[in-house]
Design a protein around this ligand. Structure first.
Ligand code: HPA
Length: 256
């Protein structure tokens, strides 16, 4: 950390998921803070995930990007994995997009398309709030107004952006076909290994939250399913230009 960040007033915070780092190419990064420089912040160990906060400008707007995230499957507690969300809040972020790569469970939502998260199912059994009577209301984690802004941005550009329920599993292994059938039966449209704890923490801090899943593959056992991390990264990289355009639209048109 070198510069003075007191003048930094982020209009948007963004957490970038697997293979979705391309958005940063649109930005002018003024300061980079490695996760290892922050006390309590775990380092990212996953290929395709960087490990730094980028203090950046898009036109004249400030944006704070968490490039790379910490997952529970790396061995972190839900509390540790959400340290970055508390840091972004401390830096003044009030509006936050959580992006991720996910498997699609809905036959109408195809790999290569996007899903705005309307709600989630936390199947990890873990919470960032453990240790107290932290009875946070989770009845509307994902902001309907923010979702609508993203939907408008996608519609204008003819990007395929659906809406649906994201289920989070612990990972790191992908699901079995029987697990996929169960998770679909629970009402989920997509499955992944991240995002829910961050969304819960952000909501508890009063942030306006949106979640965007890049659908990288069919869920295990579904026709055409093929699951490996390299394919997930490649699908994410292909889609990341669209993510960049949607986020830029939010910054430049949606949060003046
Ligand atoms: N399951 C869980 N996590 C994922 C998947 C999946 O199919 N694809 C990308 N992340």
């Amino acid at each position: 950390m070198t510069g003075d960040l007191s003048a930094f007033k982020p209009v948007l915070g963004v957490v970038l998921g697997s293979g979705l780092g391309g958005f940063t190419e649109l930005l002018h990064v003024t300061e980079r803070i490695g996760y290892h420089e922050l006390p309590g912040m775990p380092e990212s160990t996953v290929p395709g995930h960087d490990g730094a906060f980028l203090f950046a400008k898009l036109a004249d707007k400030d944006i704070l990007v968490a490039s790379g995230r910490n997952h529970l499957y790396e061995g972190h507690s839900a509390r540790a994995a959400t340290e970055g969300i508390r840091f972004m809040y401390e830096c003044g972020v009030k509006k936050l997009v959580l992006s991720n790569a996910a498997g699609t469970l809905n036959p109408k939502y195809k790999p290569g398309e996007w899903m705005g998260i309307s709600d989630h199912i936390n199947l990890t059994g873990k919470t960032p709030f453990k240790g107290g009577a932290n009875f946070h209301d989770m009845s509307e984690v994902y902001s309907p107004a923010f979702r609508e802004q993203l939907a408008t941005a996608a519609r204008k550009r003819k990007f395929a952006l659906h809406e649906g329920v994201y289920a989070a599993v612990l990972g790191p292994q992908y699901e079995t076909p029987a697990e996929v059938r169960m998770i679909r039966g629970f009402g989920a449209d997509a499955v992944g290994m991240s995002t829910v704890h961050e969304a819960m923490q952000a909501k508890a801090l009063g942030l306006e939250v949106a979640g965007l899943s890049c659908l990288t593959n069919w869920g295990a056992g579904m026709p055409g399913a093929s699951l490996n991390h390299d394919d997930v990264l490649a699908a994410g990289e292909k889609a990341s230009a669209e993510l960049g355009e949607m986020l830029a639209a939010i910054v430049l048109e949606g949060c003046a």
